[in-house]
Write a protein that binds this ligand. Structure first.
Ligand code: ATP
Length: 262
């Protein structure tokens, strides 16, 4: 059998934050892989090191031990193969630029012609349903629309992985449901690989093809769960499936166990 070559590998990752009072072991020993084209959700108790993990993966933080490899190459700093979307959309967009300008800005670092850039911006704004708002400024848009701009900016960059850190935690429930469907849609229609961190158990099961449950700090992988729900998901019918309830109850139990002292 041919050996599987995952796109992303996290091997024995460990992160200790040093402080005057001593070290905080945020990540104990974490290993997992992710294939190209996958939608992988990571869920875990509050403070278990999810953001720390994403920062290590994206090369924004240096691990204290272990390593992250992308396409067989060790990640030692920020890489164009990854684009990040954070929870605080308000702070990630430039208020003085238009929506179009915000999406275009990172593309200026790529070797593209003006026409290629324009095409990528138009295409990604269409993909997130914001073609009509291209000339607006972020502050003229709702929170959900601003997060769509951040997503458009990330996909316009054409990363190999879209990394999302609790991206919908600050929007209302209806907007959140729409944005979840947008992520699934981008994944299914464009084959975007998504690494999605959330503390919301239902969201992880609704979105993911696989859910990685993390333990409390110092973090380890508590469980990896295959989400065997139909690929065609819908906020009403999928969430009403008995299997959805079983899976979310299972993950809930795992998180409860994950919080117990070892
Ligand atoms: N810069 C830092 N210096 C010291 N300790 C830190 C630092 N950043 C995070 N920590 C600690 O590391 C642990 C993990 O933090 P992290 O923010 O990665 O967790 P999280 O799972 O993303 O949290 P949340 O669910 O609240 O978003 C926590 O105990 C936190 O207090």
């Amino acid at each position: 059998m041919a050996e599987r070559n995952p796109m992303l590998r996290v091997d024995n990752l460990r992160k200790v934050y040093e402080s005057a009072k001593g070290g905080v072991e945020a990540i104990g020993d974490l290993s997992f892989t992710m294939d190209a084209g996958e939608l992988l959700c990571i869920v875990g108790p509050s403070g278990c090191g999810k953001t720390t993990l994403l920062k290590c993966i994206a090369g924004l933080l240096r691990p204290s031990g272990g390593q992250v490899t992308m396409d067989g190459v060790r990640v030692t700093g920020p890489t164009p193969s990854m684009a990040l979307v954070f929870q605080e959309y308000g702070r990630s967009l430039y208020p003085w630029l238009t929506v179009r300008g915000n999406v275009e800005l990172p593309l200026r670092h790529k070797k593209l012609t003006r026409t290629q850039r324009a095409r990528l911006v138009t295409d990604s704004l269409e993909a997130v349903g914001l073609a009509h708002a291209a000339k607006s400024h972020p502050w003229q848009l709702s929170g959900g629309m601003q997060q769509r701009v951040a997503i458009a900016r990330a996909i316009a960059y054409e990363p190999e992985i879209l990394i999302m850190d609790e991206p919908f935690a600050a929007v209302d429930a209806q907007t959140r449901a729409d944005l979840e469907d947008l992520v699934r849609d981008l994944h299914r229609t464009r084959g975007v690989s998504v690494l999605f961190v959330t503390h919301d158990i239902d969201e992880s099961v609704y979105l993911g093809e696989r859910v990685l449950v993390l333990s409390a700090s110092p973090t380890r992988v508590q469980e990896t769960l295959d989400v065997d729900l139909p690929a065609d998901r819908d906020q009403i019918t999928t969430r009403a499936l008995p299997r959805f309830t079983e899976l979310r109850t299972h993950v809930y139990g795992q998180i409860k166990r994950a919080k117990e002292p070892r």
